[in-house]
Design a protein around this ligand. Sequence first.
Ligand code: NDP
Length: 315
Amino acid sequence: RKGNVIITGASSGLGLATAKALAETGEWHVIMACRNFLKAEKAAKSVGITKENYSVMHLDLASLESVRQFADTFRRSGRPLDALVCNAALYLPTAKEPTYTAEGFELSVGTNHLGHFLLARLLLDDLKQSDYPYKRLIIVGSITGNTNTLAGNVPPKANLGDLRGLAGGLNGIQSSAMIDGGDFDGAKAYKDSKVCNMLTMQEFHRRYHEETGITFASLYPGCIATTGLFREHIPLFRLLFPPFQKYITKGYVSEEEAGGRLAQVVSDPSLTKSGVYWSWNKNSESFENQLSKEASDAEKARKLWEVSEKLVGLA
Ligand code: NDP
């Protein structure tokens, strides 16, 4: 049978390119988990994904209620779940004030981390029950969470501190809207959320890999300077960022190539190692990359897991 893969945020950028790459193999049915149904349908058509290879299901990661509903709807579809890709993300680098999810968490961490945390936890059992030869849970990471790289050292740097803001509910009222308890900074909130993504992947691996056989992995797909991720940035940045990445840093990668990389992490039989953060070298060969000190801090990962459980109502 075909594999079934859920991809969040498959209506644009990396998620869409990955959906296309997997659907084209003829071996996957892609469930596009998107907040904008119509946009997702149009996107699938625009890149030529054929009808029998995808379905769109509504998911708004900025609402925990929507995440729970999505998990129920998916289960009622009767499809087994063989792979889950947590890809959607929001980046608000120019926001002066924080905005919030339905439950009142700062929007970028609420969407990128907490929404995905609940989704992955709810669907873990479904993955466990799959009889597919490989079962994978992939959480898209980023170099911006890696302070051991040049790009990860561009200020403001990611830093979760002692998680006091998160523990306080990240609501900008009783607690700060930032995980570390500091003043709101939209670019930092995004980077912090990506560190959470990478810590979460590793904590899943420690808690569940042996028992379930599920492969948990993360990746940095390269700098895909043309995606919608930068839509909130100032126009001059959006104009100069792609050529800067292409010719100066040479970290640029096209949406198609990045989609191929993520598709590889989802389906390549040679990439089944769990607990790994994948990157690609100049020749487009995958390798296991090192994470920064904070993004590989096991104690912080455990604490993040426990605090997140409380916030999303699992503990
Ligand atoms: P895009 O903005 O193109 O795609 C992000 C997707 O997330 C969109 O489909 C968007 O939906 C969706 N999304 C946003 N908020 C929600 C929500 N509340 N509920 C459901 N879906 C939501 O960006 P990219 O393709 O670049 O980003 C994809 C991933 O790649 C992210 O995890 C990002 O951190 C990562 N990444 C990107 C890099 C880059 O250079 N672009 C580099 C490293 C990592 P909609 O279409 O409705 O807006």
